[in-house]
Design a protein around this ligand. Structure first.
Ligand SMILES: O=C[C@H](O)COP(=O)(O)O
Ligand SMILES: CC(=O)C(=O)O
Length: 219
């Protein structure tokens, strides 16, 4: 079974996708995977988002999840469509309990200390930091890392290829999310090139658990 930490460590960037055409989505998803980004977040923001998600699960090598999951009905629909992880812009107790009941890999959004404390109470310690730039950016993230040493983040919101390295340099950041790779009308070739650039970004080696690094002693 998947776990959210492994998914967060699979690639440095999770593309956040807003797509409404399953056929085009498969083309875009294939280009992203070919470029080196295999974890794909399909937001439930379009009429055919669930069809898009279901179609994309057939892409070889892709780990497809659902984003913008706002309630337990959407969680059920997304899991039934084949989502391997669930992302929400925020954190409600009801949604967290529904995710746990279905044993879903769950990445809820947090923007401040109270959100994180609510997550910890629910047994969660891996979060999307959203909206990252608007919530205080790197300065806020560094401040939150103080009291919450075991918490790890996927900052998303306002991040670009240029700013991503600064976020990824943080010990507490496992990956970042962003919509910059796929904008309306971007060709598959340009998407693949953008993915290749993003896949080449490096995460902070200090954020890696030794037991996950081949050949490195875990003591
Ligand atoms: O709604 C925002 C998405 O989570 C991604 O944010 P972004 O478009 O600033 O990359
Ligand atoms: C923004 C975000 O986290 C989402 O749509 O899931």
């Amino acid at each position: 079974m998947d776990d959210i930490e492994t998914i967060m460590r699979t690639a440095p960037v999770i593309p956040v996708l807003v797509l409404d055409d399953p056929e085009q989505a498969v083309e875009i998803g294939t280009a992203l995977v070919r470029g080196g980004l295999s974890v794909l977040e399909v937001t439930l923001r379009t009429r055919r988002a669930l069809d898009v998600l279901a179609a994309m699960t057939a892409i070889d090598g892709a780990i497809v999840g659902a984003g913008t999951v706002l309630d337990d009905a959407q969680l059920d629909h997304a899991l039934d469509a084949g989502a391997r992880f669930i992302v929400s812009p925020g954190l409600t107790e009801r949604l967290a309990r529904a995710a746990a009941a279905r044993r879903a890999c769950f990445l809820p959004g947090v923007a401040n200390a109270s959100d994180i404390m609510r997550g910890l109470e629910l047994g969660l310690n891996r979060f999307k930091f959203f909206p990252a730039e608007a919530s205080g950016g790197l300065k806020a993230l560094k401040a939150l890392a103080g009291p919450f040493g075991d918490v790890r983040f996927c900052p998303t919101g306002g991040i670009t290829l240029q700013s991503a390295p600064d976020w990824l340099a943080e010990d507490t950041v496992l990956c970042v999310g962003g919509s910059w790779l796929v904008k309306p009308g971007t060709s598959a070739a340009d998407v693949e090139a953008a993915a290749r650039a993003a896949a080449g970004l490096r995460t902070n080696p200090r954020s890696v658990r030794p037991e996950l690094v081949e050949g490195l002693p875990s003591s």
